[in-house]
Design a protein around this ligand. Structure first.
Ligand code: WTA
Length: 631
């Protein structure tokens, strides 16, 4: 890969060039891809409307870049390895030749069922290879995929389908996730009651659960496949045609449909995958995310395939059949690069080292982390027990809206530091601003993280509502993309994301990141995980309420509390000491592992009745537990 940066000197040089001459920088990277027709204009932009166009005049199809272009040399290389939920079931693998054929065949199924360029297609599936095939088949024919995570409720699916006016749905009878079997089709049936735009539903058989098929609307994946051939030329797309919509939550209730386009997204995820993970030919890359989230889109499917890599896709969950599952998968498939989330690391850490012992993790060369700030304790545990102090950790900061990684170490090339995302990738211009939007210069400072220049992978709009996109991301600060994250830049110029600024507390006039307090409390040797929220406090404005999980529920709560307060005083200052520390057995998490602070805030505020929708939680039961122990 010509765009792989391999030394710190090259990084510095590339970074400098990318700032001085961004168009030439990105054009050089874009030349590494297959364009049907090269662009006329690298970039046209303003952040006011916003109007962002990359590689205008260029045409391409991303699946030709993910598949066709590799066939000649890598046709027999494994593109996809699939590890089933049940470790005793058979694994499935697809070479680039095979994956190409399957994608083309299913693309013809889509066409045979009336799908065409520009149509929106909702995909609601388990983590099986057919999910990746469905995504790529949409891209093949120029249909816009909108993947909805398999854990969402009927109402959420319905909202998303209506917002995008999808004409087709691809789903499965059900899904296996750990010990659970989830009835996907009945949930979809319920969702579709209010979705008149959908006229075709393609159903994959996975669990063999008994389901209803609506005559005229529902067809079986297998039956349709039998009728389709595997010759499907790729639809030629303009660089700025939509590739996909992905819904994500903001501070308001209604999810936003983040829109990514064909050319820029391709260039950006290809570039970031190759660089951040320093992918080497024949390495096996395992991203544990679900394809229902952006991480799965960019780093299970598109990023690896654009680079001719081998991507491992896992159907199940890290603690099934036991907390050693991820390590078993690494050993079984000789995984080289593991990309996972802090929440998974912390939960496996809690299960103890017995699950790691005896597992052969020698194949690992690089580790990655994504999705939330990784606390120092988890970082060290990951580095020592999984990486055996031999694998660089790329703590990758990015968002659904950014398409790919923006700030991260380049594994083994640029420095790392626990809990720091470190440095922007070449092409990315982060700045910190104060409340008024003035740039904060120098080091040893913190502020709101903004990006001041476009990059090819950034969102273009929010589907059906451009004004919402402008207001959410481009109106807070003039001429800047606002990330919603707080951030500090240390004495060496390294970036550390401190968490959403929506979660920043103001205690007696002191601004305190919830993540900062959590990090400090996590330093207590008995503490596994902490969630901190603010609540109204008569004297201080806001008080700090900490929900804390310990390795084992403390015998002497008062003693552990005192120790925690001492640590917080030491790490941040006495002003950051929590007013209340409640020991809990679990935290309310979404199925993607994010802590639902909204619920904790309400409990902390004493608003126990109106907690809002808790149906999307991994385990709604923990809420009652926490309410019961409220201080
Ligand atoms: C947070 C996930 C700290 C951040 C790719 C961001 C992180 C939000 C990190 C986006 C990281 C993501 N360190 N915080 N390495 N990665 N975040 O859209 O608050 O699901 O704004 O995208 O996750 O979440 P999203």
């Amino acid at each position: 890969m010509n765009y792989q940066i391999q030394s710190i000197g090259e990084y510095e040089e590339a970074y400098k060039f990318s700032i001085e001459n961004p168009e030439a920088f990105w054009a050089e990277i874009a030349y590494n891809f297959k364009w049907e027709k090269k662009w006329d204009n690298v970039l046209d932009w303003n952040f006011k409307e916003p109007n962002i166009k990359w590689f205008e005049g260029g045409t391409l199809n991303i699946t030709e870049n993910c598949l066709d272009r590799h066939l000649e040399i890598l046709g027999n290389k494994t593109a996809l390895i699939w590890e089933p939920n049940n470790p005793d079931d058979e694994i499935r693998t697809f070479t680039y030749n095979q994956l190409h054929k399957e994608v083309c065949r299913f693309a013809n199924v889509l066409k045979n069922n009336g799908a065409k360029k520009g149509d929106r297609i909702c995909i609601y599936m388990p983590m099986v290879p057919e999910l990746a095939i469905a995504v790529l088949a949409c891209a093949r024919i120029g249909a816009i995929h909108s993947v909805v995570f398999g854990g969402f409720s009927a109402q959420s699916i319905s909202d998303r389908i209506q917002d995008a006016q999808c004409s087709m749905v691809i789903t499965a009878d059900g899904a296996f996730r750990g010990a659970k079997e989830i009835a996907l089709k009945p949930i979809m049936d319920e969702a579709l009651v209010n979705c008149p735009s959908v006229n075709k539903v393609i159903v994959l058989e996975r669990t063999k659960a008994k389901i209803n098929m609506l005559k005229g609307r529902d067809v079986w994946w297998q039956d349709e496949l039998a009728k389709a051939n595997s010759d499907c030329p790729a639809e030629i797309m303009d660089a700025e045609d939509m590739l996909f919509i992905l819904y994500t939550s903001g501070s308001t209730g209604k999810p936003k449909g983040v829109v990514h386009t064909c050319g820029g997204y391709m260039v950006y995820v290809g570039y970031t995958f190759a660089n951040v993970f320093q992918y080497q030919p024949n390495e096996i890359f395992f991203c544990t995310a679900d394809i229902g989230w952006v991480t799965g889109h960019s780093y299970i499917i598109y990023g690896p395939l654009l680079n001719g890599a081998t991507s491992l896709m896992f159907e199940g969950v890290p603690n099934f059949p036991d907390a050693g599952r991820l390590w078993d998968i690494v050993a079984k498939h000789q995984v080289n690069i593991l990309y996972t989330a802090p929440t998974a690391i912390r939960s496996l850490m809690q299960s103890g080292l017995d699950f790691v012992k005896g597992k052969n993790l020698n194949s690992l060369t690089k580790l990655g982390s994504v999705g939330e700030p990784i606390n120092e304790e988890a970082w060290h545990w990951y580095s020592e027990n999984i990486g055996k102090n031999n694998c660089p950790i790329a703590d990758t900061w990015w968002q659904t809206e950014t398409g790919g990684i923006l700030i991260s170490p380049i594994a083994g090339v640029t420095p790392t530091k626990p809990s720091y995302a470190m440095l922007p990738l070449p092409g990315i211009q982060p700045i910190l601003v104060n409340e008024k939007g003035d740039e904060i210069l120098g080091n040893n400072v913190s502020g709101n993280l903004c990006i001041k220049f476009p990059w090819p992978g950034m969102l273009r709009t929010t589907y059906g509502d451009h004004e919402r996109c402008r207001l959410n991301y481009f109106a807070t600060y003039e001429n800047l993309y606002f990330t919603g994250d707080g951030c500090l830049r240390d004495a060496d110029g390294h970036y550390r994301i401190t968490g959403r600024v929506d979660d920043v507390l103001n205690v007696s006039g002191h601004r305190i990141g919830t993540a900062e307090v959590e990090n400090a409390i996590d330093k207590h040797p008995d503490v596994i995980e902490t969630a901190v929220v603010g609540y109204p406090h008569d004297i201080k404005g806001q008080g700090i309420y900490a929900f804390v999980i310990c390795q084992k529920f403390p015998d002497d709560e008062a003693k552990t509390r005192t120790e925690i307060l001492e640590i917080v005083t030491k790490e941040i200052g006495a002003f950051a000491k929590p007013d209340k520390i409640q020991f809990v057995n679990g935290l309310p998490k979404t199925r993607s592992g994010k802590i639902m602070r909204r619920i904790l805030r309400k409990i902390a505020e004493g608003e126990l009745e109106n907690l809002g929708d808790i149906t999307t939680l991994l385990d709604p039961g923990v809420v009652e537990d926490i309410k019961g122990g409220r201080l």
